[in-house]
Design a protein around this ligand. Structure first.
Ligand code: NAD
Ligand code: DAU
Length: 352
């Protein structure tokens, strides 16, 4: 089959990557989608079963830190564009094991930028390096205000510092080598296939298993939650219509204090499982706060709305209900991803 374009998606077996790969494979059937993923504890090919045999999809296990692997990949395939998601993504892990975050998020991004620069040379027409980044690079907000594209960088965890460094490298390759790039900084995503170390799937898993629900600090830290499908639609739009060298902030205008969100999950699941009201809320346990815990994130996505017409399509209520339903109905997915290679990785990292 002759493809009109070859798109490399890194980290396509992770949470957001799963949704992005499925969207791209199904929407752009004349493009070849290559998914490069190292399959760490966070990557799971089971998520992609329903598209794995598509003619325009290819999975390659590989490490973005490996310059030789990347150079060969660009020789083997005429890659036109890269959408780069592969990363170590969990803040708590970055506090106990910062080095792997620096290696994957900074050096891995650097190797990928270099591979593009070497392969594309000055032939950059129709090429794009899209870096999927986070709002955490902007630091922490007080009770008022929003992050925008103009907010000064102020990363405060090893994770956010590593993502900030990778954003800077992407911009440096734009200015120094004229590599065509675009960056988006998104708020907290939620939806199916999120690894249950992150707040929402972790709480749902513990509610189902009647285990303690560990809320950090006073539970008043606030996050701006976005349905993962709305993030994917923003990426698609920015990929096709975003201006080279520009940054776009993506958010849901959907702020929840952590405690309120956990209480909502308790109530929804009690209702869904026919349990007496208040059963799961009794499991809420306030625990020692995360070190350096950012207080509040919130995005003003006006630029994306005004320039490209993007707005979230799924309301917070609809998204949360869909999410709870999916995890309750796919409880075996929660069990399967927390066994196997996760167990191995977890044992190695934490000697637990
Ligand atoms: P995830 O942890 O679920 O997935 C990361 C994927 O990267 C995994 O499949 C993993 O196997 C792969 N990977 C890790 N190291 C690799 C390496 N060296 N080589 C190749 N693959 C490797 O992460 P996610 O939540 O899907 O996030 C994806 C991207 O989006 C990340 O860059 C993250 O910083 C960014 N982001 C996430 C959110 C969010 O709320 N989850 C919000 C904004 C931005
Ligand atoms: O803002 C975007 C970022 O959102 C992404 O860049 C990160 O990859 C992603 O992990 C996420 O980071 P957070 O640290 O905000 O997400 P997490 O789900 O880990 O935590 C959400 C909030 O819930 C945070 O305030 C910490 C709190 N929390 C988390 C866990 C895991 C708890 O209170 N208890 C918990 O057990």
């Amino acid at each position: 089959m002759n493809f009109s374009k070859v798109i490399l998606i890194t980290g396509g077996a992770g949470f957001i990557g799963t949704h992005l790969v499925k969207h791209w494979v199904r929407t752009y059937t004349n493009q070849l989608v290559i998914n490069v993923d190292l399959l760490t504890y966070a990557g799971n090919l089971e998520n992609l079963r329903d598209i794995e045999n598509s003619e325009n999809y290819k999975f390659i296990k590989g490490d973005i830190r490996d310059a030789d692997f990347l150079a060969q990949l660009f020789i083997d395939y005429p890659i036109d564009s890269v959408i780069h998601l592969a990363a170590e993504s969990h803040v708590d892990r970055s506090i106990t094991d910062p080095q792997s975050f620096l290696e994957t998020n900074i050096l891995g991004t650097f190797q990928l930028l270099n591979a593009c620069k070497n392969a594309w040379k000055d032939q950059t027409s129709g090429k794009l390096f899209y870096h999927v980044s986070t709002d955490e690079v902007f630091g922490s907000l007080g009770e008022e205000g929003y992050f925008t594209e103009e907010t000064a960088y102020d990363p405060r965890s090893p994770y956010s510092a590593s993502k900030a460094a990778s954003d800077h490298l992407v911009r440096a390759y734009f200015h120094t080598y004229h590599l065509p790039v675009v960056i988006s900084n998104c708020s907290n995503n939620y939806g199916p296939y999120q690894f249950p170390e992150k707040l929402i799937p972790l709480m749902i898993r513990n509610i189902i298993g009647m285990k303690n629900l560990p809320v950090y600090g006073d539970g008043k830290n606030t996050r701006d939650w976005l349905w993962v499908g709305d993030h994917v639609s923003a990426i698609d739009l920015i990929f096709h219509r975003g201006e080279k060298g520009e940054t776009y902030a993506i958010g849901g205008h959907n702020e929840w204090q952590n405690l309120a969100l956990v209480q909502f999950l308790c109530q929804s699941i009690d209702k869904k499982l026919g349990k007496e009201e208040g059963t799961s809320e009794k499991l809420i346990t306030f625990v020692t706060d995360r070190k350096g815990h950012d207080r509040r994130y919130a995005i003003d996505a006006t630029k994306l709305k005004d320039k490209l017409g993007w707005e979230p399509q799924i309301s917070p209520e609809e998204g949360m209900v869909k999410t709870v339903d999916w995890y309750v109905e796919n409880a075996e997915w929660l069990d399967s991803v927390t066994s196997g290679n996760y167990q191995e990785y977890y044992k190695k990292q934490y000697q637990d």
